[in-house]
Design a protein around this ligand. Sequence first.
Ligand code: ZN
Length: 298
Amino acid sequence: MNTWQILGISWAGDVPSLLTRVDQNRTSELVPLLGRKLSYRVRQRRVCLGHITYGESGPAYVDCHNDPGPAPRCERCAAVENVLAASMHQAHKLGRAYVDRRHTAHLDNPHRLYLAAFPDGSLKVGTSVGSSGGVRLIEQGAWLARYVAVASDGYVVRELEDSVTTELSVVQAVSTRRKLHGLAHRVDDAVLQSALTTTTEQVHRLIASSADGIDPVDVAWNNPCVDDDRWNGAAAYPLRLDRGNHVFSVAAVCGRVGLIERASSTDRLLVDLGQMRGLEVEFGDVEPDAVEVQASLF
Ligand SMILES: [Zn+2]
């Protein structure tokens, strides 16, 4: 048996990996998820998730070997992550002079505002830095999306994001529970597109009456999973991944939801891979816990 410490899910383009420390290695590595067989027994020990630091070359992950206690992160990593979250999400309220200087270079770049639709019909508004790529969308598991505005910096875009929430009642977060439930009970893609079109028009009207530094755009994006028929008819895996024994192969990943297959069955099931974050597991040949998929979930 190998000991794996699972630290999170990481995306490179549209390719997902597990960020893990394998055996006694001091630094983490990326283990590609697609097609990977995961066969493990959960050990009780929890490990610190580490933190992200901002250097001259942009964000970088920092491994941590402190004991996190009952929390996901140790006190040091939690403090660093809290400063980052305040800089990124409250920048426009704090004002430029009060943002941690390590983060100002990031915030001075052009940002885009997007609307993202999820398979349960939820819509959210969000922001991403730069003018290309869909990493923010893919790591959140958005199904269909539109980039609706380009802003001169990260402060202006967050003011617009807040007014979209206040004026149009579009939320800024969708829970993993809703995302997973939505993948098992999908709203038609045409319904999602129609909601995106209507809300894009509303955002553009809002921009017309708002401050300088924002240009409306309408650029469509879709998750590669939209064209993958294997997601059709998938049901929720009834067990939690953070306890017991599990054996499955990962067929596809949407955000942190994995589409899995098991050797003993033709069912495709949906799991929250995020439940593995912070776990120490023994990886190897195990007898999986029994799975009873309820017909009502189909
Ligand atoms: Zn730590």
